[in-house]
Design a binder for this molecule. Structure first.
Ligand code: CAA
Length: 241
């Protein structure tokens, strides 16, 4: 029986690349979560054959229900990739409480909710993989992103703490910190601002979603048994940490 993986925010951008690679390279049964964009989800399934499940990762009860549903339909969840993330950029003076809360709830709360729904099962079976998608901006900070940087930085702390709890049960917990990747999220950054950011990337370009997916696939593999609590930076040299 193949391992069962859920990738949150899995129908577009980095998440989509992760879904395809985990299926093609690792042979996992993959289910992609998404929150709202039904058209993108349909297109994703049409093109990849990978099923989707709609729920809000920030909603604790919805996550519990969804993970049970996936277990019933595909088997107990062995691998979780916490990739779902949103931005609500703005300087502190312009940022509303709602913008703060939505980002914390989705980006960081989602990791807690998904781990709560799946960790006990992984422990019982003596094997599990959790990969959390952090960000260069959680490591280095970013003007206009106190919410996003705090949530992504929180993901890195969450990863190190949960890795210590999972180690004796065969569960590894790692993070990837992507730099600026060629996705819709980065395309939303105003052109002149993005130009300045790209100018600071030593490799001289945006990253590709597939370059993040390769890292996730390695961390989920049998070759990464001894890798836990780590953060893999994939950022073209923009921040060396
Ligand atoms: N450092 C210092 N000052 C800066 C600055 C920086 N990095 N960026 C902008 N400023 C300054 C500007 O020069 C400007 O100063 P003046 O008024 O003196 O000219 C002032 O701050 C206001 O800047 P803006 O005109 O840009 O202000 P705004 O309110 O219109 O927009 C913003 C603010 C929304 C934060 C906008 O600058 C922005 O979108 N920045 C990009 C944020 C970003 O990188 N987001 C990443 C999204 S992708 C992602 O998050 C994925 C990932 O994990 C990497």
């Amino acid at each position: 029986m193949s391992r069962v993986a859920i990738v949150t925010g899995g129908t577009r951008g980095i998440g989509r690349a992760i879904c395809e690679r985990l299926r093609d390279e690792r042979g996992f049964t993959v289910v992609a979560n998404y929150a709202g964009n039904d058209d993108a989800a349909r297109k994703f399934t049409d093109e990849t054959g990978i099923p989707t499940i709609k729920f809000d990762v920030g909603d604790y009860d919805a996550v519990q229900d969804a993970c049970q549903k996936v277990a019933g339909e595909h088997g107990l969840v062995d691998v979780v990739v916490n990739n779902a993330g949103i931005t609500r950029d703005g300087t502190l003076l312009k940022m509303s409480y709602e913008d703060w809360d939505a980002v914390m709830r989705t980006n960081l709360g989602g990791c807690f909710n998904m781990a709560k729904a799946t960790f006990a099962g992984m422990k019982e079976r003596g094997w599990g993989r959790i990969v959390n998608i952090g960000s260069i901006n959680g490591q280095a900070g970013q003007y206009g992103q106190v919410n996003y940087a705090a949530a992504k930085s929180g993901i890195h702390g969450f990863t190190k703490a949960l890795a210590q709890e999972g180690a004796r049960f065969g569960i590894t917990v790692n993070a990837i910190a992507p730099g600026y990747i060629d996705t819709d999220m980065v395309a939303a950054v105003p052109e002149p601002v993005l130009e300045k950011i790209v100018a600071k990337i030593p490799v001289g370009r945006l990253g590709k979603a597939s370059e993040i997916a390769r890292g996730v696939s390695f961390l989920c593999s049998e070759h990464a048994e001894f890798v836990t609590g780590s953060t893999m930076s994939i950022n073209g040299g923009q921040h060396m940490y």
